[in-house]
Design a protein around this ligand. Structure first.
Ligand SMILES: *Cc1c(COP(=O)(O)O)cnc(C)c1O
Length: 401
């Protein structure tokens, strides 16, 4: 949670600007706000950081995904290819759009693979909702080629990958649109918030209207604005935007610290025989928010998680995680929603109760991840690595013996 590590006076100052005027709303009230437009400034900062032509702030990463799907025209009965390893929000947004998720396999990139996508694309497939999991890029060249071949659009759920690039271009700019989350657990946080980026000026307009009941934000009488479409309230508030703005300005520092720490970790752990790592599609572009170990097999991985816990090192074993891996998503498999959705009417394209993900399981069961901290001192990082090397080596020996 790098953003939360660096909370300080900068965030407080931006918030006070808003509280001092009392204008908590992002539109209108031009005189009362005394020149403070935090949502607009936040959007401009994210556009600058990412190189996007347009950025739109919304209320969360989840509503950002919903807004992208809406703007891209994904709705009733459309099949959307999604990964089985993601935060559940990705899938919920597809279902709430009235669309149908279709799961494909991931590989050691921790993201959907091109061949996984190809295997499930059919005549009803409208889009691939690609998640750049844990802060680094999927195999975009391969995936864009499949999307072109199958004539489906690419949309990027970049919630976890602010600051990450592929071949020099920011993630989220390869597909039609990309979205970031600023919830409490992401690279930058503003409490709750999301930002959509795109280079497409028509799509960003539709997204803007959708995120605010269709308001076209022209003129200075909100009640008299035209409403080209309907939407909902997915607006960002000025207090959240103020925090997001201060956090976004810290992004270059966060990413450079994380990358520095990642290279130290990489160098040290590379010396352990038999240990492998996440496959990087563009190693230099990794936001370096997480470090990932790929153990030789599930038994070694479970032993290693136990050893690391005993050594006081907090790690994630996603294979058992309730919110990030399909193995634990019984509520999805049962389509447990408080209301009747399109998916109940049409049925899901795959039988999720019996569908197996052998390739994904083979990666997930071996995967151990931990956060790379921004604020580690060299001594702290070294002490952590000494413990980690011991825990990993013991797990490998225990299994070899
Ligand atoms: C966090 C996250 C979201 C949702 O973001 P919120 O701001 O928590 O709503 C969506 N997709 C992925 C991949 C995420 O990690």
């Amino acid at each position: 949670m790098p953003g939360t590590e660096l909370f300080g006076d900068e965030e407080r100052k931006e918030v006070m600007d808003v509280l001092n005027t009392g204008v908590l709303f992002r539109y209108n009230h031009d005189d009362a706000r005394k020149g403070h437009w935090k949502s607009k400034d936040f959007e401009a900062e994210i556009a600058k950081c990412t190189g996007a032509k347009h950025a739109l702030a919304v209320s969360s990463g989840s509503t950002a995904v919903s807004t992208m799907l809406a703007a891209c025209g994904v709705g009733y009965g459309d099949e959307v290819v999604v990964p089985p390893f993601t935060f559940i929000a990705t899938i919920e947004s597809v279902l709430m759009a009235g669309a149908l998720p279709v799961f494909a396999e991931i590989d050691e990139t921790l993201c959907l693979s091109a061949e996984g996508i190809r295997a499930v694309c059919g005549p009803k497939t409208k889009a691939v909702l690609l998640v750049h999991m844990c802060g680094a890029s999927a195999d975009l060249d391969g995936i864009m080629a499949v999307c072109a071949e199958k004539k489906v659009m690419l949309i990027e759920d970049t919630a976890q990958a602010l600051g990450a690039t592929y071949k020099g271009k920011h993630l989220g700019l390869y597909g039609k649109m990309g979205s970031f989350s600023f919830d409490f657990f992401k690279i930058n946080t503003c409490g709750e918030g999301g930002v959509i980026i795109t280079n497409d000026s028509a799509l960003i307009k539709t997204a803007e209207y959708f995120s605010d009941h269709g308001h076209n934000h022209e003129g200075n009488n909100r009640g008299m604005e035209a409403h080209p479409i309907m939407g909902s309230n997915f607006r960002m508030g000025e207090i959240n935007a103020a925090i997001g703005l201060a956090q976004a300005r810290k992004l270059p520092y966060i990413i450079s610290q994380q990358r520095k720490h990642k290279s130290i970790i990489q160098e040290r752990l590379s010396k352990i025989p038999g240990l492998s790592f996440r496959k990087q599609c563009d190693d230099a572009g990794d936001s370096a928010t997480f470090f990932h170990l790929l153990m030789p097999d599930e038994t070694t991985a479970r032993a290693c998680v136990k050893n690391l816990g005993e050594a006081g090192i907090g790690v994630g074993y996603w294979f058992d995680n309730m919110y990030h891996y399909i193995k634990q998503w019984d509520h999805l498999k049962d389509l447990n929603m408080p209301y009747r959705m399109v998916a109940h009417e049409l049925g899901l394209p795959q039988d999720l109760k019996t569908l197996k993900f052998p390739k994904t399981d083979a990666v997930m069961s071996r995967l151990i991840s931990f956060n790379i901290r921004v604020t580690w001192t060299e001594a702290e990082l070294d002490a952590m690595l000494v413990k980690m090397e011991g825990a990993v080596r013991r797990a490998m020996e225990g299994v070899a013996a």
